[in-house]
Design a protein around this ligand. Structure first.
Ligand code: PRX
Length: 634
């Protein structure tokens, strides 16, 4: 699509954008000093670059004040949050004033429960307003929030509670996913029972999302609503240094153990506000809908912080795309006049299957900007979303970033950067991608390589919780002098970036990162399994699906498939359930005993030739054995 076919007026022109890129490159200190003034600081930072104390040293601020208090005078009666419940006729709205009051009450409840500044508070909730309110309440008192995705298994929750040392958990009696009920409290109870001694959790506060009753452990568990009603409606905000952790968010990497990525306050908030305004062309009156769960980074930066920092209106939807019937998401856009719609390629692929008529039955003319994130989008899905949902009138931002980057890094800017379907296009002003060869040397011009970033940016994670050395080893040491993203990319003759996917052993299922090692560690707990390998294969709906190879021990039981699947869903979660499990006599391994995933991937895709030189394998015959053994569904 060319820029001229978009009828909307966007904030930036190509010339404005060029100017920003130049300023950010030529005088970065001045550039970021100016950008830092988008926040309200109790004490202004003394510097505007990355120091050993992180970004914006000397700066003191509070995140909830920046999201709420400072808007009260001008926007007190404007909607800050519109919550569309599962039921079509149930909408709950919060103005900036009422949201401020709720957050203050919640912050006071946390204080009453003994939560101190710097303590970790876990939030384990479905898509209800209390999730966002709890995050901002933590921020208000300087507690560090740790949001746990609702799809995690009890073991995955227990691991994260233990690692973070959370002292309090906020959960729900039940979550709703269409006709299904998700037992949040029971799952949390199971997690707490698993690791009772290792956990610091003293209190559990329960949000009543449904009418269901649940067991409350005396002295530990309490319903939240009565506490909120009794708590004072105002709460002084805690001043925090710019480098104080605002939250931890667990994500997967090449090691089995998920990492608690630590984001700071000043730098992260500048990045959330800067990128939200730039990439989504934020304008007065916008209704911003990000479909990501708050359990993921997208839900943090664009489901909560970005839009509120910029005085916008957030739409939060409890339900699913196609419940109670096809087209529910389109009805939500129509009913709430959503202007900015940010979702995932996985969701788009599923919605495409419902057909074009479903979309056409709705008035989607309020839309101005469409965005996607989390995985590569195909040209077909890009065009469908652009033409049928956006009516060819909207800007389309395919945004590349990751948990560790805090916010968007490579993306079109509406009105300023010409789109190419399925390309994340150009880095935002102040972001400096490089493509390296295997030896770590930069490659120039149109080329392909490992995607790294030069220099720092305000949104960059501070460290990994409890493991600063792992942060260095994972991101800074693989390619000295650069930040290693874990992704590969191609750059075309216009300098546009095309993300090709992970170059490490991370599998991207429906935009969720899952480490091969995480799955293999889970399988190692099943005694009947001698060894295993997990790999990702292309999947029509999910982008990638997981295929698992397991090698049984002698006398393995017949139900090994079932046991293997159970080990994965109970240790990791339902979202990591494999597509296929192959029980095999052995794995292709190098002489030093390392599984060769490249071969396992080809075999799982049904390829029968082009395996290259197999003579370096400990047992070259195994490849033919596996090809003969494995049935690949067409
Ligand atoms: O592989 C890239 C892919 O998702 C990874 C980051 O995952 P996570 O930390 O869970 O954050 C997801 C939401 C920001 C990246 O390393 N990814 C993300 N966005 C894109 C993408 N791959 C291709 N195109 C994108 N737009």
């Amino acid at each position: 699509m060319s820029l001229s076919s978009q009828p909307h007026t966007f904030r930036l022109s190509p010339a404005d954008y060029g100017h920003l890129v130049e300023q950010a490159t030529v005088a970065p200190e001045q550039y970021w000093a100016r950008e830092s003034t988008r926040l309200t600081w109790s004490t202004n930072p003394s510097q505007a670059h990355c120091t050993k104390d992180g970004w914006f040293p000397g700066g003191v601020l509070n995140a909830s004040v920046n999201c709420l208090d400072r808007h009260l005078e001008k926007r007190g009666d404007q909607h800050a949050l519109v919550w569309q419940a599962e039921e079509t006729d149930r909408v709950v709205t919060f103005t900036y004033r009422t949201l401020h009051e709720r957050v203050c009450r919640m912050a006071n409840v946390l204080r009453q429960q003994g939560v101190q500044t710097g303590d970790r508070v876990a939030i384990h909730l479905p898509s209800v307003p209390e999730g966002l309110i709890a995050m901002l309440a933590c921020a208000r008192i300087g507690a560090i929030h740790v949001v746990l995705f609702g799809g995690f298994s009890p073991e995955a929750i227990a691991d994260r509670l233990a690692d973070s040392g959370a002292v309090l958990v906020i959960t729900a009696n039940m979550g709703r996913r269409g006709p299904k009920r998700i037992p949040f409290k029971t799952t949390l109870d199971a997690a707490l029972d698993l690791r009772l001694e290792a956990l610091a959790v003293r209190h559990v506060l329960v949000v009543s999302v449904t009418q269901d009753d649940v067991d409350l452990t005396t002295g530990r568990d309490m319903w939240l609503t009565p506490l909120l009603n009794e708590a004072p409606a105002d709460c002084a905000a805690q001043d925090m240094p710019a480098s104080a952790p605002l939250f931890l968010l667990y994500t997967s990497g090449s090691t089995g153990k998920p990492k608690g990525i630590v984001h700071g306050t000043g730098g992260y908030l500048v990045w959330a506000s800067y990128t939200h305004e730039l990439v989504f062309d934020h304008q007065e009156g916008d209704i911003f809908w990000c479909t990501a769960d708050i359990g993921w980074i997208t839900g943090h930066t664009y489901g909560v912080y970005g839009p509120l920092l910029n005085g916008g209106t957030i739409l939060l939807f409890e339900g699913m795309p196609s419940y109670p019937g096809p087209g529910r998401w389109w009805s939500v856009i129509q009913d709430h006049k959503v202007t900015t719609f940010y979702t995932s390629p996985t969701a788009i692929r599923a919605l495409m299957r419902e057909g074009d008529e479903v979309v056409q039955r709705h008035d989607l003319s309020s839309l101005r900007v469409l965005g996607t994130v989390g995985e590569p989008i195909s040209q077909e899905a890009w065009s469908w979303f652009n033409d049928h949902v956006g009516g060819g009138r909207c800007a389309f931002v395919d945004t590349w970033w990751q948990t560790e980057s805090g916010g968007i890094m490579i993306s079109p800017v509406p009105g300023a950067v010409r789109e190419k379907p399925a390309s994340a296009t150009l880095p935002l002003p102040g972001v400096h991608p490089v493509l390296l060869d295997e030896r770590g040397a930069p490659k120039e011009g149109a080329t392909e390589g490992v995607l790294c970033l030069r220099g720092s940016w305000p949104g960059r994670a501070l460290t990994i919780w409890n493991d600063a050395a792992l942060f260095e080893r994972t991101y800074l040491q693989p390619y000295p002098g650069y930040y290693f993203t874990g992704d590969g990319a191609r750059r075309d003759e216009d300098g546009y970036y095309w993300i090709t996917g992970r170059v490490d052993d991370v599998i991207n299922v429906s935009g969720h990162r899952i480490g091969s090692a995480e799955i293999e560690d889970a399988l190692a707990t099943e005694l009947a399994i001698a060894e295993s390998a997990a790999i990702g294969v292309p999947h029509d709906l999910k982008g990638q699906g997981i295929v698992v190879y397991v090698v049984p021990r002698d006398n393995a039981p017949e139900d090994l498939h079932v046991r293997a699947a159970k080990a994965i869903t109970s240790k990791v979660g339902r979202y990591a359930a494999p597509e296929r499990i192959h029980v095999v006599p052995d794995l292709p391994k190098t002489r030093s005993g390392k599984s060769v995933r490249r071969l396992l991937r080809k075999i799982a895709c049904g390829e029968t030739e082009g395996f290259g030189d197999l003579s370096t394998l400990a047992d070259p015959e195994i490849v033919a054995t596996l090809i003969a053994l494995i049935q690949v569904p067409k």
